[in-house]
Unconditional design. Structure first.
Length: 583
C-alpha cells in the first residue's frame, strides 16, 4: 500500500500520462486549433482596431468642427464681423472700429482658450481679406502680410459649402509668420449673419498631422502592416510607413489583395464619416501565408520529433521531481531574509517529500516563536521608555501655559484670558488624544494655536511665521515633538528680550542620495545664550525632545546654535521611513 504513495510509483504514472495525452493533443487538436484561432484573431483584431482608430479620428474632427462655430457663441465677435463685412464700415466711428478690432484680436482668442491644446491655430478671414489668428495654447505667429487668403482653395471650398463644415486635406501652414512651416489638416466653415444670411467670413482650425500619428502609432497588429489615411479626393493624408508610389493614388474599396514592390498586401478599409476620408490597413500577405503554412509544417515536425519529444519528457519529469525541493529552498531563503511567516505548502499525501516539508515548517514555527518572545520583550521596553519621556512633557507644558495665564490676569486682560483658556482646552484635547504619532500637519496646527495663545500674552512683541511644505504635511512624527522647542523659544528667548521678536518654524522635504529627509527649523531672534558657558546644562524639554527623536528615528540629528541678543536656532533632520508612516 505504501508503494502506491511512493515517489517511484508517481513517476511511472506521470511518465505514461505525459507521453500519451500530449501526443494525442499535439497531433490531432493543435493544428486545427491554431488554424482557426489565427484566422479568427486576425480578422477580429483588424476590423475592431480599424473601427477604434476611425472613431478616434472622428472624435478629433468633431472637436475641430465644434471649434469653427465658436464665433456664433459670442455676441461681441459676431457684431464685430457684421461691422467688418458691412459696406458702411468705412463710415463707422473710430470707437466702433476699435471695439470690432478688440473683439476679433482679443475676445476671440480668449474665447478659444479652453479648446484642445494640440489644435495649432485658428484663422478667421473676413471678406476684405483681413485675417485674425487665434492661438490655442502658447503664442502663435501673426498672419503673413499681403497673403491672398480669399484666393486659397480652402477659402473657396468653405464659401461654396455655404455654412456647412469643410474638411481640408494636408496643406502647408504658410500663412503664419515667425513659425516653421508645417503640414496641417484643417476644418473650415463660412460664418454667416444669422439674420441676413450674408457671408461674414471664413474660419479655419488647423491641426498638425502628427495627431494622426499619435492616434495610429499606439495600435499594433499581429502581422506587419501599413496604416494609411486618404482624403475624399483619394489623396494620401498620412501613412504609418513609406507607402509604395503606385499605391498612393489607388482607390481602396472593400477588402482585397494588392501588389507593390514585389510584396502583396491584404487591405481592410473603413470610412471616416464626417470628412468622407478613408482609413486603410495593408496587412503583409506574406506573413499571413507564412503563419498558415507553419500550422501544416508543425504536424510534420511532430511526426519526426519523437526523439526530441522523449528528451523533453525526461526534462519535464526531472523538473517535476525537483520542484518541491526548489520550493523548500525558496522558503528557506525567505526565512534568511527575515520572513518567518513563509511556509512550505505540504501536499496532502504521505510520501517522503511531504514528511520533509512538515519537518521544515515545524522548525520555522519554533524559530519564529523564539524570536518573537525576544523581540516583543525589547519592543515593550522601548515603548515604556518612549511613553515615559512623552508623559514628562505634559505637566511641563501645562505648567508654563498656566504661568502665561497668570501674566494675562496681572494685566487685567479678561477677554484675552478667556480666549487663552478656550485655546488651552482645544490644545489639551489634542495632547490627551490616544494616538502617539501624528502628521506634521496636525503638529503644525497645534503649534499655530500655541503661538496664537502666546500672542494674547505678548501682543505686538511677538510675530510668528510658521511654514510647512505640502509634500511634508502627511509625514508622521511623535506627538508634541516640536512643542517643547517652540515653548523654549517663547519662554527663554522672546519673553526675556523685552522687545519685538520673531519666532519662525519652517518644515521642508529634502531629497538626498539615501532617500527623502525632513528638515525642521525652529528659530527666534530673542535673547539667546552662550552655548559655551561653563556649567550650562541642557533643559528638561530639550533633553526629552532629543531622546524621543532618537527613539523614533535612530538616524535623526538635532543641532542647536545660539548667540546672546541674536536668538537661537534648532535644526532637526530625520529620514522618511515608510513603515512608520502608516496608521
Amino acid at each position: 500500500m505504501r508503494f502506491a504513495f511512493s515517489l517511484r510509483f508517481r513517476l511511472m504514472i506521470f511518465y505514461l500520462l505525459i507521453f500519451l495525452i500530449p501526443a494525442a493533443i499535439m497531433i490531432f487538436a493543435m493544428p486545427y486549433y491554431f488554424q482557426q484561432s489565427l484566422s479568427g484573431e486576425t480578422r477580429t483584431l483588424t476590423e475592431g482596431t480599424l473601427t477604434s482608430i476611425a472613431k478616434n479620428i472622428e472624435t478629433y474632427l468633431d472637436d475641430l468642427n465644434r471649434l469653427t462655430i465658436t464665433p456664433y457663441l459670442n455676441d461681441d465677435v459676431m457684431q464685430a464681423m457684421q461691422l467688418k463685412a458691412s459696406p458702411n464700415y468705412s463710415q463707422a466711428d473710430d470707437y466702433s472700429k476699435l471695439l470690432a478690432d478688440r473683439a476679433l484680436q482679443t475676445t476671440l482668442p480668449l474665447f478659444l482658450q479652453n479648446s484642445r491644446t494640440d489644435i495649432l491655430a485658428t484663422v478667421l478671414v473676413i471678406p476684405d481679406g483681413t485675417a485674425y489668428v487665434a492661438s490655442v495654447g502658447a503664442a502663435y505667429g501673426a498672419p503673413v502680410a499681403n497673403y491672398a487668403y480669399i484666393e486659397q482653395d480652402w477659402y473657396r471650398k468653405a464659401v461654396e459649402a455655404d455654412g456647412n463644415v469643410v474638411f481640408i486635406s494636408s496643406h502647408p501652414e504658410d500663412y503664419l509668420s515667425n513659425t516653421p512651416v508645417r503640414q496641417v489638416f484643417s476644418v473650415a466653415r463660412l460664418i454667416k449673419d444669422p439674420d441676413t444670411r450674408q457671408p461674414l467670413g471664413v474660419i479655419m482650425a488647423d491641426a498638425d498631422t502628427v495627431v494622426l500619428e499619435r492616434i495610429i502609432n499606439d495600435i499594433h497588429f499581429n502581422v506587419s502592416s501599413i496604416v494609411c489615411v486618404f482624403d475624399d479626393q483619394n489623396k494620401l493624408l498620412y501613412s504609418s510607413r513609406s507607402l509604395p508610389e503606385e499605391l498612393q493614388n489607388r482607390n481602396f474599396g472593400d477588402a482585397s489583395t494588392v501588389t507593390a514592390d514585389g510584396d502583396s498586401y491584404v487591405t481592410v478599409s473603413t470610412k471616416i464619416a464626417p470628412a468622407q476620408w478613408r482609413l486603410v490597413v495593408l496587412l503583409s500577405n506574406a506573413e499571413v501565408v507564412a503563419k498558415t503554412r507553419w500550422i501544416y509544417i508543425t504536424g510534420i515536425l511532430f511526426a519526426v520529433g519523437g526523439l526530441i519529444l522523449t528528451f523533453l519528457l525526461f526534462s519535464i519529469l526531472s523538473h517535476w521531481v525537483e520542484r518541491p525541493f526548489q520550493e523548500m529552498i525558496a522558503v528557506m531563503k525567505q526565512v534568511e531574509t527575515g520572513n518567518l511567516k513563509a511556509r512550505f505548502v505540504v501536499p496532502g499525501d504521505h510520501d517522503e517529500i511531504s514528511e520533509l516539508g512538515r519537518a521544515l515548517n515545524t522548525m520555522i514555527a519554533r524559530l519564529n516563536d523564539l524570536i518573537e518572545r525576544e523581540y516583543k520583550a525589547v519592543i515593550n521596553q522601548r515603548n515604556a521608555e518612549y511613553r515615559a519621556l512623552q508623559s514628562q512633557i505634559h505637566p511641563h507644558f501645562i505648567y508654563n501655559t498656566l504661568n502665561g495665564f497668570l501674566g494675562l490676569n496681572r494685566l487685567n486682560d479678561m477677554v484675552g484670558l478667556e480666549k487663552a483658556i478656550l485655546a488651552l482646552s482645544g490644545m489639551l484635547h489634542y495632547i490627551f488624544e490616544g494616538e502617539d504619532w501624528v502628521t506634521i500637519r496636525e503638529e503644525i496646527t497645534f503649534i499655530q494655536r500655541y503661538s496664537d495663545l502666546q500672542w494674547l500674552r505678548f501682543r505686538e512683541r511677538l510675530t510668528s511665521q510658521i511654514q510647512c511644505e505640502r509634500a511634508a504635511e502627511e509625514i508622521r512624527i511623535p506627538k508634541l515633538l516640536l512643542q517643547p522647542l517652540v515653548e523654549n523659544a517663547m519662554i527663554h528667548g522672546i519673553e526675556p528680550a523685552e522687545r519685538q521678536c520673531t519666532m519662525t518654524v519652517n518644515v521642508k522635504l529634502m531629497q538626498q542620495d539615501n532617500g527623502s529627509w525632513v528638515c525642521i527649523t525652529i528659530q527666534d531672534d530673542g535673547r539667546g545664550f552662550d552655548t559655551q558657558a561653563p556649567g550650562r546644562k541642557e533643559g528638561l524639554g530639550l533633553a526629552n525632545v532629543r531622546e524621543r527623536l532618537q527613539i523614533a528615528f535612530p538616524d535623526a540629528t538635532m543641532s542647536l546654535s545660539s548667540q546672546i541678543n541674536s536668538g537661537t536656532k534648532i535644526t532637526i533632520e530625520f529620514p522618511v521611513e515608510p513603515e512608520k508612516q502608516t496608521r
